[in-house]
Design a protein around this ligand. Sequence first.
Ligand code: ZN
Length: 477
Amino acid sequence: MHKSSCYRSYAINSVAGDSICDQLNMLLAIVPLLAVCASSLADQDIQPIEVIEIEKELSREVEEEFAGKANHDELGLLKKQFASSHFGNATSLISISTELDFNLNNTDLFEGDIDLTPEQWKVALDIDPATRQRRQALYSVTQMWQPMGGPVIPYTFAAGFPSQYHQVVRDALAFWESRTCIKFRLVNQYDTDAIIFNHRSNGCSSSVGRRRGGQTINLEAPGCMTVTIIAHELSHAFGTLHVQSRVDRDTYVQIDTSNIVSGTEHNFAREPNSFSTYGLPYEFGSMQHYFSYAFAIDKNRPTIYAKPAYQRFQGSMDGPRATFWDTVLINKMYKCTDKCPKQMGCWAGGITDGGDCYKCFCPRGWTGTNCEKRPADAQIINVGETPQSVKIDGRIQAPAGKRIEATLRTFGPNAFRMCRSIGLEILPLTDTRTSGIRFCATPNPLTPIYSEANTTLLWLYRDTKYPVAVDVTVRAF
Ligand SMILES: [Zn+2]
């Protein structure tokens, strides 16, 4: 695997436990700024599917569902707040396309980038008018790769797949292999099922789960040829849907149906109560969450608003990497650690690694066999009670017993419409399993973020050629 070329306008360190810097072959800036911590731990071709008529019918039903349930006052408030913030002034925001943007003209896809079988479409569009939910979970007609505990998925490249993109695909395969029990190998003459990486159709898309007789992951070049997008499509091929279709999503987000492109409302339908979340939390920053402007008519206004209790995550949707929970989801779906002789004792909320029974898979900011230590290459900067400006260059250490106030003052020189490809993530909680609060523009108003204890992790990432510089003021209190 290629070593990523870490961007070093400031001192840069590989971030914590999952060594993303080592794992991704992309232009990437990763800067952990860790306010710490005097703890005792050292710290083939696509088959088009005719669904147009059903989609229209479903759109009406989904519209009714939202119209009936939405708290209009709350939505109105969220829209007003958004419009008055810096993020609402979108004329100067730079837009970097995602798989949903690449797929906009492809109406045969479900939830923007998923290619369903006719049987799956039937289930996806079969909504009970009384409950406004699907009668059946899409998972119930989704095939998993076998065997559970360690499937080996054959893959191949479609004829003419540009050789310069073989490596980025292999990096995405290796990314999942390194953190789950799923392995890949090149297809052979005896295989009946395989993933075929295809470059010839428009956009980036995948089937959900295993499809008998072979299935295609479409990757239009060059837009879809990033580890993040390919890893996202592979997650669908393993069997995942998008986070905002979870049965519990209305607790976390408000959908503004008035801004959804007509005929695409079905992309915001919910899974039924039989849907399994595998006991995992709803995560705005998941790599499998839509970005907030998905399917928007006015691309400067969201279709998805974080509800008031979670508003700080408005800019966090659609993560730049598979998060801790994105990874745990795949490991649970495939029972990756069930075969391990014992479960590891892991610190910091880590769990037995799905790809290796004898080490822990660690949340960010932690490393070691048992997630018992801080990454050796993360710098420590001591922070006192006098506010101090930090240009991002390592870990900050506050006195034991103190908490930390961190305020992002500038994000520049450019501002971005969404934080998938570039941004600053602040993780103020001691539990770093869930992704944090992301910024890719200077916030307005400037809002301090307070740590739960004496640790805050800051992570600057960049998968684009745009330069980035941030100024964060920190102090202990
Ligand atoms: Zn997707």
